[in-house]
Design a protein. Structure first.
Length: 134
């Protein structure tokens, strides 16, 4: 069962403590799966039991001078995503480990600055941890 997505415009992706990119836009889908059951005590009605909490999403970032990013699908990273663009006391910061599942080839090139905008899809690898912004 999916909730409304978590969105924002600030964050970063790190591997072994080194920042790989700055996120300019993100979406995180945090959801829980259910298993339906029937019981002979419910006159044929069904119920649901929550099972696995899971998350996935996508983020965008840009590279300068048309350079390729230093990662590919299949790589694992640490994600930090902020809903209030780092404003103290506002919003939440979400952290967790991700597995990159796709990086579309068609990129948007901003000719004025030679920026290449990338979009990355990911799956959560473990727990998504929300914290209040201090």
């Amino acid at each position: 069962m999916a909730n409304d997505p978590i969105t924002g415009k600030d964050g970063n992706v790190k591997k072994d403590g080194n920042q790989l990119c700055h996120i300019t836009k993100f979406t995180i889908n945090d959801f829980i799966d259910f298993v339906k059951f029937q019981s002979n005590c419910t006159a044929g009605a069904t119920g649901k039991i929550p099972t696995f909490d899971d998350w996935n999403g996508s983020f965008e970032f840009a590279t300068e001078d048309g350079k390729c990013p230093d990662f590919r699908p299949g790589d694992y990273f640490d994600l930090t995503a902020n809903t209030a663009e780092g404003v103290a006391g506002k919003g939440c910061t979400y952290t967790g480990n991700i597995l990159v599942t796709a990086m579309p080839v068609d990129v948007t090139i901003d000719g004025a600055n030679d920026l290449v905008k990338w979009s990355v899809s990911f799956e959560g690898n473990g727990i998504l941890t929300p914290t209040d912004n201090p």
